[in-house]
Design a protein around this ligand. Sequence first.
Ligand SMILES: [Zn+2]
Length: 306
Amino acid sequence: MQNPATDPSPLTTGQSGRDLKQILASGAALIADGAAGTMLMSAGLPAGSPPEIWNVEQPEKILSLHSAYLQAGSQIILTNTFGGNRMKLAKAGLEERVRELNLAGARLARQAAGPERFVAGDIGPTGELMEPFGPLTYEAAFEVFSEQAAALAEGGVDAVWVETMTDLEEARAAVSAALQVTGLPVLLSMSFGRRGRTMMGVSAKQAAEELWPLGLTAIGANCGEGLQVVSEVLQQMSSVLPGAPLIAKPNAGLPVIVDGQAVYDTGPQDFARQVVAYVDQGARIVGACCGSSPDFIAAIAAALQG
Ligand SMILES: [Zn+2]
């Protein structure tokens, strides 16, 4: 197998001809990227500052983050727009800059990825609780996600990736909005705890049964509590959706506190071995989340070639 870091051409045919759905249907596993937040903090992003502001204020730092992952072997990178929805940006007084920050984020990722690799527009949770647990209605969430998805599509993303969701209805609103507004392939990954459910009590089976029929291109897990739970999620999802392209993008194991700082307990080699097992379970988009770095992606690329 060719090295995806230097020769992605077998997987893609250029921006206009690329077809993510077709590649996933062929059974190929695509390598996504790893953590962004921790990398940006070590590049100087002040704690509490929304990372999306760097799409316009420090674009070269966002480009170098993307480049580091692309060089390590990422074939699909996420835009720096995880918190780029109106409700989250409002906490920093940036609610009027949703379009600007998402457009800039999409363009930077496109610039880094070029026509050969895929760019997924990153949409994370609003940070508000949905009804009946909180004030956020489905309609309001749909509106918020529509605004973000439209800007990402305008900036040239190949797909929209709704990630780290824990609430079924919020995930439904984000996926439906992205599908309706962009017409692009939409991927969904939710965040599961050690008991196999999200913080809001959603099981992998439930997520698969209720959300896959919306028209998703891939579904799975990201972030969450460790590597084992993702394996359980894949098993549950593949039993409900045999043959569907699944996503596995877990944290680098579990956090442990060292000198007052959270560090994750799994290194790149052990992580990559687990990722090979995920592919055997049906994962077709694999990557890493909190606590990871380009070293993890390079280890995955090497392991998948072996
Ligand atoms: Zn994470």
